[in-house]
Design a protein around this ligand. Structure first.
Ligand code: 13P
Length: 248
């Protein structure tokens, strides 16, 4: 029996507005209780208001990125300390959109994960292969390389991160990894963490990529899938609630 609690985290990406967020969060709040842990990762500018809305509940909030730097002349960056001040429980780190569109390297992702953990913010470290990499048989090598950069940087603290396996070809495409495909990658990531830290059994590994109400339960039933990182469906209250319920 797994002792890992399932976690469903919404990644709003660059979506939302104050009225839309208020309506979405009110509907999600009204649907409690959930058995799984539930969180929303919102654009930085909405963190304060999200914190006030959710403060009295068991729903957590987080950011979608964090600076690797503690403070200084880094225009436009947001530090882990600032996220901690906003009450963030989580910060996404190394999402494939940031790796691809903002040139984030494995090393930078590792630095960001460390910066977050150092301020008590749990990094949700995203890994995943592109379609070309999968077709070339490189899935295992790619995700192991991405995870090992973080594990080696964090040392024993690596046990505290959350990992999200998000195959790039499944993000926003409506093309989900099959439960078997996802499970196979999750199992090897867990083994890798176990070999490196001895804490593989405790680490939560989320699946992300076109998770919807009609495929969530099957994905979450896999032994090494500990919940989901939800993009598009997290913006629709009914879908997000259904996915949270599918987790437990
Ligand atoms: P979709 O659920 O929209 O495919 O996005 C997944 C994702 O990137 C979550 O971080």
């Amino acid at each position: 029996m797994s002792t890992r609690r399932k976690l469903v985290a919404g990644n709003w990406k660059m979506h939302g507005s104050r009225p839309a967020n208020a309506e979405l969060l009110a509907t999600v709040l009204a649907a409690r209780p959930f058995t799984a842990d539930v969180a929303v990762c919102v654009p930085f500018v909405f963190l304060h208001e999200t914190a006030s809305t959710l403060a009295a509940s068991d729903i957590r909030w987080g950011a979608q990125d964090v600076s690797a730097q503690a403070q200084g002349a880094f225009t436009g960056e947001i530090s882990a300390g600032m996220l901690a001040e906003c009450g963030c429980r989580y910060a996404l780190v190394g999402h494939s959109e940031r790796r691809a569109l903002h040139g984030e390297s494995d090393q930078l992702v590792a630095d960001k994960a460390q910066a977050a953990l150092g301020r008590g913010v749990t990094p949700i470290v995203c890994v995943g292969e592109t379609l070309a990499e999968r077709d070339a048989g490189q899935t295992e090598a790619v995700v192991k390389r991405q995870l090992s950069a973080v594990i080696h940087h964090l040392g024993h603290c690596a046990a505290e991160m959350v990992v999200a396996y998000e195959p790039v070809w499944a993000i926003g495409t409506g093309r989900t990894a099959t439960p078997e495909q996802a499970q196979a990658v999750h199992a090897l990531l867990r083994l890798q963490q176990q070999a490196a830290t001895g804490h593989g059994a405790l680490m939560r590994i989320l699946y992300g990529g076109s998770v919807k109400p009609d495929n969530a339960a099957q994905l979450f039933a896999q032994p090494d899938i500990d919940g989901g990182l939800i993009g598009g469906a997290s913006l629709k209250a009914a879908d997000f609630i259904a996915i949270c319920r599918a987790a437990g």
